[in-house]
Design a protein around this ligand. Structure first.
Ligand code: UDP
Length: 488
């Protein structure tokens, strides 16, 4: 029987979901594992691979790290997804979500086939998978190795989502409900909570994910102990599994900042020299992530509020959104309009940026706080309203613009230019205390990622635990002992 011992080489299979907010932090995680000497295979599809290849190539070719991309064809036609739509941000509408999820399920067999003949890397010792890819549990079990899940959000949101799975009640959207299990309590309007999967016709898919989650061996979280210690303990108690805060992953060194997640639509030097020409803390950065959509009415209210503030602005717009209106409106103003993909982390880290108008996607949120930039919060969907609570009520490093409900299809609540202007002024104008606090959180975040910092130590623990699982057959209880015969 082949038994692994501590000197055996670790090889982690990282399986991100095909969406920018999911793949970007997993690429960072992949680099971090590889920097620790773990072999890493990042499993994805050609379009996503082309976006993240610069970072992986830099790490493997220039730094000699044991990391590679495993590219599997995305079977769009088989799942009735439009050709070329391999990432959530490329889907023409969320009506294709069901087919898109089915296409991700079709990756299972090709991955099994690949692994059965692969001799380039040592045998895998752990699967770290996005929670959306439930089928990776079968892969892990087939290989007799643990599966760790990555949700890509903070502990606060994880508790709420886990709590909702158990206690969700139906009722009017405007009704305020208490979320059990949250330390210090949390009340939210029902309409702000993530839309149930069943409302999107995805109840069966959700059931498969929940089951795979329950049978998995632990959770990896893009957060850090110092920021969410009480929430982290509460989350661990709730799920009764191992959990590891290993973030903020965006602070991982060795990536390609200007091509993080995609090729930047603006020359990074041009962007940075524009920022260099502005006073520290004077610029407002507006970006709603990779999926949230900016209709004309919303763009006009934001545009008027920004113009009214008289502040310099960097505004990121997706092609096909309202780019022509925004570009024309910004003419003659001290604005930099980026149509397409922006080097967000580089922008946020620049000292000229003094405020971030954000949709509260977790990556954007944690990138903003790492850079010590206070936020105007404008959540759209998913768990973004919970992230907003963390920013505004717990950490007190942002001001809400006042959105009360999730975007549903075409239906979206808007706020007017006056309210936007007020929130912006509270963040950019006064807000010294808020600024001090966010700088403090940002410093804590950096310390967590340094050698010997909490997230660094947690990652060491994770790697050691995986060695232990494999050696002792502890993982997942009995099944692992049984399945460890897979190594025979
Ligand atoms: N991002 C970027 N440039 C852009 C838009 C987004 O680099 O023009 C990155 C951003 O830094 C973050 C990710 O894309 O890492 C978006 O993830 P998030 O969770 O914030 O939002 P989502 O796109 O999932 O809604």
């Amino acid at each position: 029987m082949r038994t692994l011992n501590h000197s055996d080489q670790q090889h982690f299979l990282l399986c991100p979901f095909m969406a920018q907010g999911h793949i970007i932090p997993m690429v960072d995680m992949a680099l971090l594992f590889a920097q620790r000497g773990v072999y890493v295979s990042l499993v994805t599809t050609p379009l996503n691979a082309s976006r993240v290849r610069p970072a992986i190539d830099l790490a493997s070719r220039c730094s000699g790290l044991p990391i590679r991309l495993v590219e599997l064809r995305f079977q769009s036609a088989e799942a009735r997804v439009p050709e070329g739509c391999e990432s959530l941000d490329t889907l023409p509408s969320m009506d294709h979500m069901k087919g898109f999820l089915e296409a991700t399920e079709l990756l299972k067999q090709p991955l099994e086939r690949f692994l059965s003949t692969d001799r380039d890397f040592p045998p895998p010792t752990c699967v770290v998978s996005d929670f959306l890819l439930h089928w990776t549990l079968d892969i892990a079990r087939g290989l007799g190795i643990p599966r760790l899940i990555f949700h890509g959000t903070c502990n606060y949101s994880l508790i709420v989502m886990e709590s909702l799975r158990r206690h969700r009640s139906a009722g009017p959207e405007e009704e305020t409900v208490t979320i059990p299990d949250v330390p210090c309590g949390l009340e939210m309007k029902r309409g702000q909570l993530p839309v149930p999967w069943s409302h999107m016709g995805l109840a069966e898919y959700e059931a498969r994910m929940v089951k795979a989650d329950a049978d998995s061996d632990g959770v990896v979280i893009n957060s850090f102990d110092e920021m969410e210690s009480q929430l982290f303990e509460a989350y661990k108690r709730l799920i009764g599994k191992k959990a590891y805060n290993v973030g903020p992953l965006s602070l991982c060194e060795g990536g390609v900042q200007s091509e993080r997640g995609n090729k930047s639509s603006i020359d990074k030097d041009k962007c940075l020299s524009w920022l260099d020409s502005h006073e520290p803390g004077s610029v407002v950065y507006v970006c709603f992530g990779s999926i949230a959509w900016l209709g004309l009415q919303k763009a006009m209210e934001i545009g008027e509020a920004m113009k009214g503030s008289g502040r310099p602005v960097v505004w990121v717009i997706k092609p096909g959104e309202t780019e022509s209106w925004v570009s024309q409106f910004g003419e003659g103003l001290d604005w930099l309009v980026i149509v397409g993909w922006a080097p967000q982390v580089a922008i946020l880290s620049h000292k000229a940026v003094g405020g971030f108008v954000t949709h509260c996607g977790w990556n954007s949120t944690i990138e903003g706080l790492c850079a010590g930039v206070p936020m105007v919060t404008w959540p759209h969907f998913a768990e973004q309203f919970i992230n907003e609570r963390l920013v505004v009520d717990v950490l007190k490093i942002g001001v809400r613009v006042g959105i009360e409900e999730q975007v549903r299809g075409e239906k979206e609540m808007l706020v007017g230019r006056e309210e936007i202007g007020v929130a912006l002024e509270r963040v950019m104008g006064g807000g010294e205390e808020m600024r001090r606090r966010v700088r403090e959180v940002g410093e804590m975040a950096k310390k967590a990622m340094e050698v010997g910092g909490s997230s660094y130590v947690n990652m060491t623990r994770l790697i050691e635990d995986v060695k232990g699982y494999v050696k002792e057959g502890e993982c997942g209880g009995e099944w692992f002992v049984k399945k460890s015969n897979a190594w025979v």
